[in-house]
Design a protein around this ligand. Structure first.
Ligand code: APR
Length: 282
């Protein structure tokens, strides 16, 4: 892929950031993983057939559905886990992992993605806030403990038609109390919290962000909007990277020194990394 040249205004913003000591926050959504082959949540591949009915992700990914059909919800998530496990981090994920190392304590990654690809690319668990959870983990559905446990690797559903083997039910149990576990993800009918999803931490970081990169998100969820608007109100610079215009594009274009870059993230993020590295006084 040929190198992408960033607009002059964006280069100036990056140079200013590199010369200072401010904090860089990156907010990612499903778009960054699209180049790894993971279908976005709202696309046609999100639909799920259970029995004779088709369900939309907004119906499957709910606590209400888990209460009604826990094993069907698990079947859906074990299939999604399988898709994520097969995927590999791409140039965008890798650039962000390198950016974290390079900027040391001046970097936070806030991701809506539950695919674990940022961590697999080398981003640290400490500075990566997985605000919607991670499909490779589960926790006690009764919340006897706040601990999260890895979903055993062998538990996967490899095709949409595959039934859930009965033995899985006994393996998807809380190691502490034996109750059923649930996927460690934030569902549509649930609210953010600090304990599992770093809600307050994400808002605190937004409050001290000098430069915000928004990558591959349609801006449909609450916390990402709060983060973006907090940075905007405080006069931080916002750069939105997305193949399509979205609610954040205008916010970015109107922010001090910011802008909207309509390009795939795997093209743009390595370029941003290079500029920050070459112009930095670190
Ligand atoms: N580079 C940059 N952006 C891309 C790319 C790419 N290669 N491919 C797709 N996009 C953009 C799309 O234009 C779209 O704006 O990624 C965005 C994906 O949007 P959604 O599928 O809505 O994903 P996301 O914004 O992460 O959804 C937020 O909503 O459904 C819930 O919990 C779920 O975490 C998810 C959240």
């Amino acid at each position: 892929m040929s190198r992408f040249e960033l607009p002059r205004r964006i280069v100036n913003t990056l140079e200013d950031f590199a010369a200072g000591s401010g904090h860089l926050t990156v907010l990612t959504g499903a778009g960054i993983s699209a180049e790894s082959g993971i279908p976005t949540f709202r696309g046609p591949e999100g639909y799920w057939t259970a029995g004779s009915r088709e369900y939309h992700p907004q119906q499957m990914a709910t606590y209400a559905m888990f209460c009604e059909k826990p094993l069907e919800v698990w079947r859906w998530y074990l299939y999604r886990k399988h898709v994520c496990a097969k995927a590999l981090p791409n140039a965008g994920h890798r650039a962000l992992a390198q950016l974290e190392t390079f900027l040391s304590g001046r970097f936070t990654l806030i991701t809506q993605n539950v695919d674990g690809l940022h961590l697999r690319a080398g981003s640290s668990a400490q500075n990566t806030f997985q605000i919607h959870g991670n499909v490779f983990y589960m926790r006690c559905a009764r919340e006897c403990t706040a601990a999260v446990f890895p979903v055993p690797e062998s538990l996967e559903i490899c095709s949409r038609e595959e039934a859930l083997p009965p033995s899985f039910d006994t393996l998807l149990r809380c190691p502490a109390c034996g109750a059923r576990t649930r996927p460690h993800v934030l569902w549509f009918d649930e609210t953010y919290n600090e304990k599992f999803y770093r809600f307050e931490s994400a808002l605190a970081v937004a409050g001290r962000t000098a430069l915000l990169l928004i990558v591959g998100t349609s801006g449909a969820t609450n916390l990402p909007n709060q983060v973006a608007w907090t940075v905007s109100r405080r006069g931080g610079a916002i750069i939105d990277i997305n193949i399509a215009a979205n609610p954040f594009s205008r916010l970015a274009a109107e922010s001090r020194q910011g802008g909207f870059i309509q390009q795939p993230s795997g093209r743009v993020l390595p370029e941003i990394l290079e500029i920050l590295k070459s112009r930095s006084s670190l």
